[in-house]
Design a protein around this ligand. Structure first.
Ligand code: PLP
Length: 417
């Protein structure tokens, strides 16, 4: 039978959407805020702020422990948020969703837990890429030094794209894990993670995807990708800080030992021996970020109102517009020109340090990021100390991009005089 029920989605309209984000009404240095640092963190819609306030005002209690009304209510809301994440990324089961502090903790969880098993043996290899955020480099270095394993790095070309043929050449019978960023926070490159996973799986190697940036720019389906682990942060997808997700396939999560010990993750404890809860609670020791989980659930509800394709198309139109406008500025060079890009643009301007760019345009109320963006190996690859980076979300507008470009022209005039 053909299912004729279609869900009615809210039509995307940027002016209407901007009204949902109260911070966008504020002034900075006497000028309307132009927030172009969405790769660092996204702004929060009123519904997320309300969910947090409501929880602390009416429903606050510790979860999983109390038999009283409020504790059960808080537990139900927190577990409901887990279900929302499960649906959002199309995991098979809610038990594959581990709540953590963010992408950084998710990757550290996998690294530390696997380090305590016999999974890695001396001489084994982990493959990452040249465009990883420090949080997908340093956790592996920490275990490399404890387990005597090797880190191998997939090179990137001058456009900031992973070289797939080079990736396959790095694989040996000692390769035990591939850990790759989905969208680079510095270059904006959208990596072909589905192909990478397919290649790795053909050698029976599991793959962890750092989805910190991808979650807000793409529709993620972990089953379609066939990712073994997928990590992301709530605050980069319109939710609160201090909450994030590690998705893991059941077969891996069950094999992995707990990352931290404490309350809520145990079945029985004696001084001789402790037995652990099943997944996901095995990995969630102590009182979690209950409000954060509920807030992340509200962020997912917010996004689910829309047809995500409309948001993605709109962001792509901002990327194209901003790229063209920036290229009008003499001496400006974009770092990261991959064919497949999300709305993140890193750039340098000849003769002007990115810090000066950021500081001067801040006086116009424009927020961009400057520095190495926690990707020092990318800076080294392109032989530059830092970039300025503008990153756009679906609540940004072409008018904001125009203001940004005018402000950059002012920076150039200041330095010319
Ligand atoms: N990975 C990427 C690609 C990122 O952009 C970031 C943050 O900027 C992280 C990981 C770390 O995220 P968090 O600081 O939320 O743990």
């Amino acid at each position: 039978m053909i299912n004729t029920v279609t869900e009615t989605k809210r039509k995307f309209n940027v002016e209407e959407v901007r009204k949902d984000f109260p911070i966008l009404k504020r002034l900075v240095n006497g000028k309307p805020l132009v927030y172009l640092d969405n790769a660092a963190t996204t702004q929060k819609p009123q519904s997320v702020i309300d969910a947090l306030t409501h929880y602390y005002t009416y429903d606050n209690a510790n979860i999983h422990r109390g038999l009283y009304f409020l504790s059960e209510l808080a537990t139900e809301q927190y577990e409901n948020a887990r279900l929302k994440v499960k649906e959002f990324i199309n995991a098979i089961s809610a038990s594959e969703i581990i709540f953590v502090r963010g992408t950084t903790e998710a990757i550290n969880l996998v690294a530390s837990s696997l380090c305590r098993t016999k999974y890695f043996r001396e001489g084994d290899e982990i493959i990452i890429s040249n465009m990883e955020h420090h949080s997908n480099i340093v956790p592996w270095q920490l275990i490399r030094d404890r387990k005597n394993i090797n880190l191998k790095v997939i090179p990137i070309n001058d456009n900031g794209e992973i070289q797939l043929d080079e990736f396959e050449k790095l694989i040996t019978e000692k390769t035990k894990l591939v850990s790759i960023v989905h969208i680079s926070n510095t270059l904006g490159t959208i990596n072909p993670v589905k192909e990478i996973i397919k290649i790795a799986h053909s050698y029976k190697i599991p793959v962890l995807i750092d989805g910190a940036q991808a979650m807000s720019h793409l529709k993620i389906d972990v089953q379609e990708l066939d990712a073994d682990f997928y990590a992301f942060s709530g605050h980069k997808v319109f939710g609160p800080t201090g909450i994030g997700v590690l998705y893991g396939k059941t077969e891996y999560l069950e094999m992995m030992p707990p990352y931290q010990g404490g309350g809520d993750m145990i079945r029985t404890v004696t001084f001789e021996k402790t037995t652990f809860e099943d997944i996901p609670r095995k990995f969630e020791a102590g009182t979690p970020n209950i409000a954060g989980g509920i807030g992340l659930g509200a962020a997912i509800d917010y996004l689910n109102q829309f047809d995500r394709t409309e948001l993605i198309n709109y962001e792509n139109s901002l990327l194209e517009y901003a790229t063209n406008r920036l290229m009008e500025i003499e001496g400006l060079k974009i770092i990261g020109t991959a064919k497949k890009k999300a709305s993140v643009i890193s750039f340098i301007i000849e003769g002007i340090h990115p810090y000066d760019i950021g500081t001067i345009i801040d006086t116009d109320g424009i927020a961009i990021r400057t520095g190495h963006h926690c990707t020092q190996p990318i800076m080294r690859r392109f032989n530059i100390p830092a970039t300025a980076r503008a990153s756009f979300s679906f609540y940004n507008t072409k008018e904001e991009i125009d203001k940004f470009v005018e402000s950059l022209i002012k920076v150039k005039q200041i330095f010319a005089s």
